[in-house]
Ligand binder design. Structure first.
Ligand SMILES: [Zn+2]
Length: 496
């Protein structure tokens, strides 16, 4: 009977937000707890199905997983590794025939940029695991590195975005491990990157470029039976590390020449399609032009994905507010999270005027804005959800707390200042502060998609705008420090 060591480490790390992801943010299961994933539709479940079919004995170690968020604290990697090593030691009296890993592929922690590559190298330094096949599954939004390719034999990437095939991909990966056992042949991995970063919004597999690249990958697999799988890895643009971006990897027993030709064909195709992976967004000025021309009933919204609060952004960008001021737009509404401004204004009385600084004082993406305002009202910022089925209810329950909140007005622009980040998923956020959103002409919404349930019923039009911020769709607006240059589109003149 084959004995397989099973482990998981799953996090998509967003480097451009200030929060640090700590151990308490992770769901951790150890030992037999991992079998609790049986039947839940997860990647672990997919692996266990094949293990049962093949009659493998699974040795569960540990599975760590957290939702996407900021840089991971260094001790998370230490703890994972301690758990893993202890489990390996506990099974010291038994042979291990393979390792199966459940990964994301874009995890970064303090002190270690390429967490998955590091884990794989450490596994290879354990004597008993030096030569065993290492297979596994990972997310298409991975930054797939040379260390990952060197340490693994068969890591299989999802092929669908949205990820409807995560479990199926784990089954494919486990099937390849079964193939390796059946044939006695152990593949190796090779990878190459074409020097491209695409934002997550440009990596849907229903559209070009990913659709074309996946199709080419399938053709390569059919034409070369010794290439066991071709991974089209879209990359994760919000992780800043040397290998950030698109890459291709092969699980293969073919010759180096065949592998190189396949990878080169994929890179050439990606380069040809590089422009199509950048989504088009308007500038705030272009969006305001269109709003100015439209004679519509109801407010128009300017949606700002770069400052998407639900995606981990701070909700304090002032670029669109500045554009509204420059354009002299009246009857607009903006919500900005700024506890410092709230605290400064809380000492004043309603109707009083003062100068206030609003926005990001750390100047990370956009400078803060100093402007004269009149106090309209103040409150404790608590409100009940109007829509009990909103996404916010699932996140926070029906009573929402924005922290102490102040409403001010500057030349016809209403600014609602909160002290706690509150995703704009419920109109009670406005109405609880005495503002009727239906009566505003323009509203700035710091979200990507999830606001639509609340706003779509009341608006006349919606425009998605590009601004600098941690969730900016345009990679050129992000403060990369580590990614290898030149790379498209940061260096538009770069040639392969
Ligand atoms: Zn993903």
């Amino acid at each position: 009977m084959k004995r397989i060591l099973l482990a998981g480490l799953y996090h998509e790390t967003h480097c451009f937000v200030d929060e640090v992801t700590i151990i308490d943010d992770f769901m951790v299961s150890r030992g037999d707890e991992i079998f609790g994933h049986r039947g839940d539709g997860s990647t672990i479940d997919g692996f266990l199905e094949v293990a049962d079919r093949e009659g493998w004995e699974v040795v569960p170690t540990c599975v760590y997983s957290a939702t996407p968020s900021g840089l991971v604290a260094g001790d998370v990697l230490d703890r994972f590794w301690t758990d893993f090593e202890q489990a390996v030691r506990r099974s010291a009296d038994r042979t291990i025939d393979a390792v199966f890993l459940n990964l994301h592929g874009a995890m970064m922690c303090e002190g270690t940029d390429d967490v998955e590559g590091e884990i794989l190298s450490r596994i290879r330094r354990i004597d008993r695991l030096r030569e065993v096949p290492v297979f596994g599954v990972f997310d298409l939004h991975a930054n797939f590195t040379g260390a990952m390719a060197r340490g693994a034999n068969g890591l299989v990437c999802y092929r669908e975005n949205p990820h409807t095939d995560a479990r199926e991909s784990a089954v494919r990966a486990a099937d390849l491990l079964a193939r390796s056992f059946a044939t006695g042949s152990i593949p190796t991995m090779t990878r190459r990157n074409p020097g491209i970063i695409w934002p997550p919004t440009g990596t849907g597999t229903a559209d070009t470029p990913m659709r074309d690249l996946e199709a080419l990958a399938r053709r390569i697999e059919v034409a070369n039976p010794d290439i066991w799988a071709v991974n089209v890895v879209a990359g994760f643009s919000f992780s800043d590390m040397g290998d950030t971006g698109v890459s291709f990897s092969l699980i293969s027993t073919a010759s180096d020449t065949i592998n190189a030709v396949a990878l080169e064909a994929l890179c050439a195709e990606a380069w040809k399609l590089r422009q199509s992976g950048l989504v088009e967004e308007l500038t705030p000025q272009e969006a305001l032009d269109r709003i100015g021309e439209a004679k519509a009933e109801g407010p128009a919204i300017l949606v700002e994905p770069s400052d998407n609060i639900g995606g981990g952004a701070p909700g304090n960008g002032t670029v669109v507010l500045r554009a509204l001021m420059e354009r002299g737009v009246r009857n607009a509404g903006v919500i900005i999270n700024d506890p410092e401004a709230v605290s400064q204004l809380s000492k004043l009385v309603d109707g009083e005027m003062c100068m206030v600084e609003i926005g990001d004082r750390s100047n990370r993406f956009t400078p803060a804005l100093k402007l004269p305002v009149t106090i309209v009202s103040r409150s404790d910022g608590r409100f009940g959800l109007e829509d009990l089925n909103s996404h916010l209810a699932a996140m926070r329950g029906s009573r929402i707390d924005m922290g102490p909140t102040v409403v001010v007005v500057h030349e016809g622009i209403t600014i609602l200042l909160t002290s706690m980040k509150t995703p704009p998923f419920d109109l009670g956020q406005w109405r609880s502060q005495g503002i009727n959103p239906e009566e505003l002409r323009v509203i700035v919404v710091k979200a990507a998609v999830a606001h639509r349930r609340a706003y779509d019923p009341i608006i006349s039009a919606s425009y998605t705008v590009a601004t600098p911020g941690p969730c900016a769709s345009d990679p050129r607006l992000l403060p990369y420090r580590k990614v290898q240059r030149p790379i498209f589109p940061l260096d538009p003149e770069s040639e392969r």
